[in-house]
Design a binder for this molecule. Structure first.
Ligand SMILES: Cc1ncc(COP(=O)(O)O)c(C=O)c1O
Length: 453
């Protein structure tokens, strides 16, 4: 068995408890006929069969893209709330779940050292970044958004949606925003916002936030931190001192996005945007003739660009944080530290193998490498072959295209017949990876031995 099914009975118990909260209502005949049960069973079995057509994301031998199974408590709490199906737009649609969202979001803000904040959950990192850049555009109209060449591609796309100019800043050998290049762009003026990424998508690189904040004091731009991937690493105690300093500086940012559906053990559909200054709420001000009448308390739709949102996401996040509080040294933080340890262990294997080309040491839990080769095109070709052969051994990796400007620092003998190289990439996001990393290496070792033939 690879799926956690042991916890399923908890759901029935909790659903009965929930039902008892509505006992003063006239009973509804909610019984399902035998025929309907059979029909649903048939469809559900079809669904199960259809879902088999997936990589085994839940298994440690899935060591590819950013995919992490939700914690059982998140899955159960999410499913439980579906009997109510709350909508966190307005308190009328989701009273309990809105309160749970406020509490869960406040805990995330506290993790970054903010006692006051404005924030809410949203569909994911893209929506969170959209809100941050929308606020930036309102406060710095017409001014340029800067993000590194390794920043998530949506920053450029979001800027275009918002009608704001965008420019990218080159990276250093570790895939971090280059501070000389940033200073040079700032000196030309017109920059409204700098996006610092703490945990880039391809490499898990950490932009030097303290240096960016120094430049902010000189130039007065807004700092938005895209910590969609890396944000929870704030809690971890096995980072390099430079990475630690970047996380420690997070409380000085103007806004932060973080994705509970990446490292926060949540089902998809759970991003989070936080603003340091609660007065940003004034920018969202709107009237809704339909929704905000039942209470003078804050309706989350009053501070969010999205309207209807799954209250289930807030319920699942609240439950997870209740079970696994966001405290340094706690169980959640310890598990995250294991992910980084697994990545460092894999990196050591790769670095010491003459058949393989390692790149930078991972700053978080993402490892990038490639099979050796004479030229960039040959390496790319071999990476794809490697990817397929590893999959044939049930080890599922990812491919990432990286630029010569970064990799040439690590691979000085490669002939650069093209400017991009397809590499292999593993996001070791599951704490169990620490116990599986030797087995993963055993497969990589075997595949590496076949790659020339
Ligand atoms: C750093 C970063 N920002 C933003 C995003 C976009 O997040 P989402 O896919 O949740 O919209 C990602 C996704 O991988 C990411 O890694």
């Amino acid at each position: 068995m690879t799926l956690d099914l042991d916890t399923l009975p908890l759901l029935a118990d909790a659903a009965s408890r929930l039902d008892s909260g509505f006992a003063d209502l006239p009973a509804l005949n909610a019984e399902v006929s035998e025929a309907d049960m059979q029909a649903m069973r048939r469809v559900l079995m079809d669904v199960a069969d259809r879902l088999k057509d997936n990589y085994p994301y839940q298994h440690p031998l899935y060591a590819g893209q950013m995919l992490k199974p939700p914690h059982p408590i998140a899955r159960l709490a999410y499913a439980l709330s579906l009997w109510i199906n709350p909508n966190n737009h307005a308190l009328d649609g989701g009273r309990a779940s809105s309160q749970m969202e406020k509490e869960a979001v406040a805990s995330i803000a506290a993790m970054f050292g903010w006692n006051t904040h404005l924030g809410h959950l949203c569909g994911g990192g893209t929506m969170a970044n959209l809100e941050a850049l929308w606020v930036s555009g309102r406060l710095k109209p017409g001014q340029t958004i800067l993000a590194s060449e390794q920043a998530h591609y949506t920053h450029e796309r979001i800027s275009s949606v918002l009608g704001l100019p965008f420019a990218s800043v080159p990276c250093d050998a570790r895939g971090r925003m280059d501070m000389h290049a940033l200073a040079e762009k700032l000196s030309r003026g017109g920059v409204g916002t700098v996006v610092a990424t703490l945990g880039t998508t391809a490499l898990g690189a950490i932009d030097p936030l303290p240096a960016i904040l120094d430049l902010q004091r000189q130039y007065g731009f807004r700092v938005h931190v895209d910590a969609a991937y890396g944000g929870y690493y704030s809690l971890v105690n096995n980072l390099t001192s430079e990475t630690r300093m970047a996380f420690d500086a997070l409380s000085s940012a103007d806004s932060i996005s973080i994705d509970p559906h990446k490292h926060g053990l949540q089902p998809y559909g759970c991003g989070c945007i936080l603003f340091k200054d609660p007065r940003v709420a004034g920018l969202y001000k709107h009237d809704s003739p339909y929704t905000y009448f039942s209470s003078a308390d804050l309706h989350l739709g009053e501070i969010s660009l999205e309207c209807s949102r799954a209250g289930a996401s807030a319920v699942a996040l609240w439950a997870t944080q209740r079970l696994l509080p966001l405290t340094p040294g706690g169980a959640f933080a310890t598990d995250l530290g294991r992910c980084r340890q697994a990545a460092l262990t894999l990196y050591e294997h790769l670095r010491n193998d003459p058949r393989l080309l390692a790149a930078m040491e991972p700053e978080l839990d993402i490892v990038v490498w490639a099979p050796g080769g004479h030229s960039a095109s040959e390496i790319s070709h071999r990476s794809r072959t490697f990817f397929e052969r590893a999959a044939a051994h049930s080890l599922h990796l990812a491919l990432a295209t990286l630029p010569r400007s970064i990799l040439s620092h690590y691979w000085p003998n490669v002939e650069w017949d093209q400017d991009q190289v397809a590499c292999l990439r593993s996001c070791l996001m599951k704490p169990e990876h620490i116990y599986w990393v030797d087995r993963i290496w055993a497969v990589l070792d075997e595949v590496a031995g076949t790659i020339d033939s």
